[in-house]
Ligand binder design. Sequence first.
Ligand SMILES: CC(C)(COP(=O)(O)OP(=O)(O)OC[C@H]1O[C@@H](n2cnc3c(N)ncnc32)[C@H](O)[C@@H]1OP(=O)(O)O)[C@@H](O)C(=O)NCCC(=O)NCCS
Length: 229
Amino acid sequence: MRVSNSVSRLADYYRRHGLGTTIRRVGVAGRQAFFAGRMVVFYCNLDEQRLRPIGVPNILAVKRVNTLAELSAEHLREMTSFWNPRLASRNIRERFDKGASLWLVEFESHLAGFGWTLQGRTIEPYYFPLAQNDVHLFDFHVFSHYRGRGMNPYLIDRILDVFATNFGGRAFIEVAEWNDAQLSSLRKTPFRCLGFVRSFSIFDHTLVSWRSGPPVLPFKELGVAPRVL
Ligand SMILES: CC(C)(COP(=O)(O)OP(=O)(O)OC[C@H]1O[C@@H](n2cnc3c(N)ncnc32)[C@H](O)[C@@H]1OP(=O)(O)O)[C@@H](O)C(=O)NCCC(=O)NCCS
């Protein structure tokens, strides 16, 4: 992108959001550039997982959607309107076609966030092959109005609970190193850090480089309830 474009986008952002938010946004962009492509991979052993019984608050509901036909037009619109709607809709269709499940978390019947799972494989090339019972969790999103209220860890806990009860295997999720919000959120779930990784795809091959770091970092004591509201 040309420098003049970046400057005009920055000026536009400043006009709309003010100085404080613009400084914060520049900080995030710097971190994203610095940590580009560097991910932290987390795992959870579902077969030995003693997932705690979670009291389900009445105001929260988690729903699993397996086909595009099951997704309401309103939810589809909410999921696609904050990004490029055409691309987002195409992604959603492709994911369902590949057998992925969409998980919705609703707060007082309003869509608060969502995340995806795919069993036995991943949509994109991954750092290692998955076994049949393994599940990949990806692309979690909580709408800005609901952030910081434990929606994401609650949704992830519910998903892990379903897979632990029905399949065993292992669950994997990865997060960009710069993404403090998701890193902090995952600390409230049973996920543990497997390692730090960087990958490059060339033609049909993916080159993976693991960086030294704590191989197994217990991020969370089981039994600590997630903070919901
Ligand atoms: C990452 C994300 C899913 C977390 O969802 P969440 O339901 O807000 O998760 P939590 O309630 O556990 O909050 C996680 C962290 O978000 C940050 N946070 C708190 N309030 C926030 C707010 N109003 N807005 C933004 N972030 C906030 C805090 O750092 C919090 O950590 P803390 O509880 O230790 O202070 C959400 O921020 C999001 O959708 N981000 C954009 C998409 C994304 O990055 N997805 C992850 C990649 S797969």
